[in-house]
Design a protein around this ligand. Structure first.
Ligand SMILES: C[S@@+](CC[C@H](N)C(=O)[O-])C[C@H]1O[C@@H](n2cnc3c(N)ncnc32)[C@H](O)[C@@H]1O
Length: 223
């Protein structure tokens, strides 16, 4: 296993070998993240997002959790989408802002510095709407962000939630570390809520650390 990954090492190595390697700024960010223990989306997860963006022609994306700006740059480049991204850590936010400038994406990417729990109500009040939302912030808080995300998401929009299988701990008690019990319980509640929600169709994809992809319907399921 690589880094407690949910997939076999030979599968991950194969996928990473066969996907074209990143170059330039994205390669630098991957290296910086690896050397400094910055948690950025795994390469195969990022490719899934890029395909989803291109497939649906997504043009207005919201991200919760920018870190150093790696995924925001990937998403903005994928389909020329405008990306709003929220980051609570001031140092990470500073770094991400420099990255967006270097990538010449300052006109495409807007960084909101602060907690998503504070920024999301402001975006709702401003009448913002998105056709894709990528949740990649504190895992224990996904449930707190959900109602705001549903309000901000257009009908037909995608809600993509990363790390939902959390090193496999979400799927089996056998792997749950004692200190992670609360996060795991909240992730399980979150996944159940996604799967049962009448306005969402959800797929859980065991790639990276587990990705839930939900599409918002304009009417309750089964109607
Ligand atoms: C996994 S990293 C994001 C990685 C990034 N999406 C990427 O793939 O390049 C999670 C980030 O979420 C931020 N974060 C955690 N809780 C947050 C919150 N409540 N609001 C906004 N950002 C938060 C952390 O500071 C961290 O930088």
């Amino acid at each position: 296993m690589i880094d407690d990954s949910i997939n076999h090492e030979y599968i991950i190595r194969y996928i990473r070998d066969v996907l074209p390697a990143r170059t330039g700024l994205l390669a630098e960010l991957e290296q910086f993240a690896a050397e400094n223990d910055v948690p950025v989306s795994q390469p195969e997860t990022m490719r899934l997002l890029e395909v989803l963006i291109k497939l649906g022609g997504r043009k207005r994306i919201l991200e919760l959790g920018s870190a150093i700006g790696y995924s925001a740059v990937c998403m903005a480049r994928a389909g020329g989408a405008a990306v709003d991204t929220i980051e609570i850590n001031p140092d990470a936010a500073d770094y991400a802002r420099r990255v967006f400038k270097k990538a010449e994406l300052e006109d495409k990417i807007t960084l909101y510095e602060g907690g998503a729990q504070d920024i999301l109500p402001r975006l709702c009040a401003d009448g913002k709407r998105y056709d894709m939302i990528f949740i990649d912030a504190a895992k224990a808080q996904y449930g707190l962000f959900f109602d705001y995300c549903m309000e901000l998401l257009e009908n037909g929009g995608l809600l993509v939630s990363d790390n939902v299988l959390y090193k496999g701990m979400t799927a089996t008690d056998d792997l749950v570390l004692h200190r992670k019990r609360t996060i795991v319980k909240r992730l399980r509640d979150y996944i159940e809520m996604l799967c049962e929600h009448e306005m969402l169709d959800t797929a859980i994809i065991p790639i990276g650390d587990g990705v839930a992809v939900s599409v918002k319907n304009n009417k309750p399921n089964g109607v």
